[in-house]
Design a protein around this ligand. Structure first.
Ligand code: SF4
Ligand code: SF4
Length: 280
């Protein structure tokens, strides 16, 4: 168990281009991405989230039977980051949260009786990293500010809360269906596909979203991502978050599913009785 630190803890650390270990930390990566990291990187590279996921990431299971996370995929047949160059990080202004935090690690926790998560930190000291020997002291809060993490953390909070909620709810929520896991993955990580989903006739026939809100979500990735977190809390955890549904359409669909099931059962029974009568 790492020692838990709060933001006021002073650390000694400095990373800069002239340091002897420059790039060492990018040569062997294990970097989990947040939804906002993906949004920034796909925008930086001028590609869709679907393309970004395919070329630069791989999925992993955060916990058994649990929800998926996404990690940066290293170069082919190697462990280095695809964005590493001799000059340093090729996407520096849009580098992921984990790269910004290093050598600090963010630990998000939530008490069972609370919805709000609490942040704590740990210091990661690895032999190859000489930044700890540099003469500079600052608090973790100052370091986070310097690394632009206030914005990154604020925009990923909704996603962290979803994960904490899933972890702490345990068996009461049960094993999510394959469809729920796919919905979670698309909504959190593939914002461009989620946009198509929210814009679709099928979605709008069930959800009654005011036009001005819908236009805002469809024209702004960050707004859409945050709507996605709210949508998942309502759909996966049954929270009433004001995303109105057209109940008449939901009821009609439910009736059709029931009718269909009854028809299938009737056909199966008929087939069975004919088989017993030796018709086949
Ligand atoms: S994204 Fe940049 S900082 Fe992060 S591991 Fe890759 S090269 Fe290094
Ligand atoms: S000081 Fe640490 S974080 Fe900076 S380049 Fe060296 S290994 Fe990477």
């Amino acid at each position: 168990m790492p020692e838990m630190l709060d933001g006021k803890k002073t650390i000694q650390f400095r990373c800069h281009k002239g340091i002897a270990c420059f790039n060492a930390c990018c040569k062997s990566i294990d970097i989990s991405l947040t939804p906002y990291d993906i949004l920034r990187l796909k925008r930086r590279l001028g590609i869709t989230s679907t393309e970004f996921l395919e070329h630069f990431t791989f999925p992993f299971e955060m916990e058994k039977d649990g929800i998926a996370g996404v990690k940066l995929k290293p170069v082919e047949n190697g462990s280095a980051c695809q964005f590493m160059t001799d000059e340093g990080c090729n996407v520096y202004e849009d580098r992921p949260s984990a790269c910004r935090y290093y050598p600090v690690a963010l630990l998000s926790m939530r008490r069972q009786d609370e919805y709000v998560d609490r942040d704590a930190y740990a210091l990661v000291v690895e032999e190859h990293c000489l930044g700890h020997k540099e003469e500079r002291s600052l608090t973790i809060d100052e370091y986070r500010k310097e690394q632009g993490l206030d914005e990154y953390d604020a925009l990923s909070r909704g996603w962290r809360q979803l994960i904490l909620k899933k972890k702490s709810s345990g068996p009461t929520i049960g094993k999510p269906s394959k469809r729920s896991l796919q919905l979670f993955f698309m909504t959190c990580y593939d914002v461009d596909r989620f946009r198509d989903f929210v814009a679709s006739d099928a979605f709008n026939s069930i959800y009654d979203i005011p036009k001005s809100d819908l236009d805002r979500f469809l024209s702004d990735d960050v707004e859409l991502m945050q709507f996605g977190f709210r949508f998942l809390r309502q759909v996966l955890f049954g929270e009433a978050l004001g995303i109105a549904m057209r109940m008449d359409v939901v009821e009609e669909r439910r009736r059709k599913v029931m009718d269909n099931r009854m028809r299938l059962e009737r056909e199966a029974a008929e087939l069975l009785s004919r088989t017993e009568e030796g018709e086949y």
